[in-house]
Design a protein around this ligand. Structure first.
Ligand SMILES: Nc1ncnc2c1ncn2[C@@H]1O[C@H](COP(=O)(O)OP(=O)(O)OP(=O)(O)O)[C@@H](O)[C@H]1O
Length: 291
């Protein structure tokens, strides 16, 4: 469990400030969502002890970086965006090297990790010769070395193909028991089946933290889907459209609406995580506009 208390941080060379009055992140998968520049990567850097709060405190199951930094770091797996790997090393050598830095995993464990991340075919390839998606899988695999208690993943699905994305999200889900895993992502629906909690950040501060059920509950708008013709489509407010599919000269449209159908052919839909994100962002923007 991670506990943040009155955490304040400022990024040098920018106006960005991060402020977290109080936050408890429990074991399981927490999705960290928010628009570009909201502060998701900054928060992960603080949690991973790559940066330190200017004020306040982060507790890792009671331990603090001030007193227990080496122990805390030995329990962290971190994949930042744009991670740089040692280009000249072979995959297996790099994993062994990182494993030695982290206190050691056996050769069998590293072989298993390479199997889990579909890296066995690349074990003797130099990193610099590998496609981007395979490099990303190496970056993800290294986070699991020595079975850490806290795993921080910054947009981990980047560069992975569709099959690998599905494989990886399932892998994370089946290895989340007893671990606190924080995943920064813009792909809410891909994590929908596996996540336990959502943390929504905006302007450097949490706007929502709760369970998946709470994330889609009590929203001010609902979601509707209908098959409409081109004339009706032109009349729709573009800001309310969530999805459009072309179906033989008609449009199947998913839109935001109020409690009653926007037109008779619309049917109310269950709200997805991504729908809830759009609705919450809209409400926040309207609050700012009104205030
Ligand atoms: N290296 C840097 N130097 C200066 N400012 C930076 C740097 N990295 C990020 N920032 C700024 O810090 C703020 C927070 O950025 P951060 O990367 O934490 O947001 P984010 O929510 O992860 O965004 P994204 O979804 O685009 O990855 C932004 O205003 C950004 O412009």
């Amino acid at each position: 469990m991670l506990e943040l208390h009155k955490v304040q941080w400022r990024r040098g060379g920018s106006d960005f400030r991060l402020s977290v009055p109080r936050l408890t992140l429990k074991p399981g998968i927490t999705l960290l969502v928010g628009r570009n520049g909201a502060g998701k990567s900054s928060l992960l850097q603080l949690l991973a002890t790559a940066q330190f709060p200017l004020e306040g405190e982060i507790r890792y199951d009671g331990l603090t970086a001030e007193r227990d930094l080496p122990i805390i770091r030995s329990q962290i797996g971190f994949v930042p965006t744009g991670i740089e790997l040692y280009e000249q090393m072979k995959t297996v050598k790099l994993l062994h090297y990182l494993s030695e830095l982290k206190g050691g995993a056996t050769s069998e464990e590293l072989d298993r990790l390479m199997e889990d991340f579909h890296l066995t075919a690349y074990r003797s390839s130099k990193i610099k010769t590998l496609p981007q998606g395979v490099r990303q899988r190496i970056a993800l695999a290294q986070a699991w070395i020595a079975s850490p208690a806290y795993i921080f993943l910054d947009e981990p699905l980047n560069a992975l193909d569709s099959l690998e994305r599905l494989h990886f999200t399932r892998f994370v889900a089946s290895h989340s028991r007893g671990r606190t895993i924080i995943v920064s992502t813009h792909e809410l629906n891909e994590w929908e089946a596996w996540a336990d909690h959502v943390l929504w950040f905006d302007a450097g501060t949490p706007q929502f933290h709760g369970t998946m059920e709470e994330w889609i509950e009590g929203l001010p708008l609902s979601v509707w889907e209908g098959l409409i013709d081109a004339d009706m489509y032109r009349e729709l407010d573009p800001a309310r459209i969530l999805q459009i599919r072309n179906e033989s000269n008609f449009f199947r449209v998913r839109i935001l609406g109020s409690g009653s159908p926007p037109a008779p052919q619309f049917v109310q839909q269950p709200i997805t995580m991504e729908d809830a994100y759009f609705i919450r962002c809209r409400s926040l923007a309207q609050t700012f506009a009104a205030g």
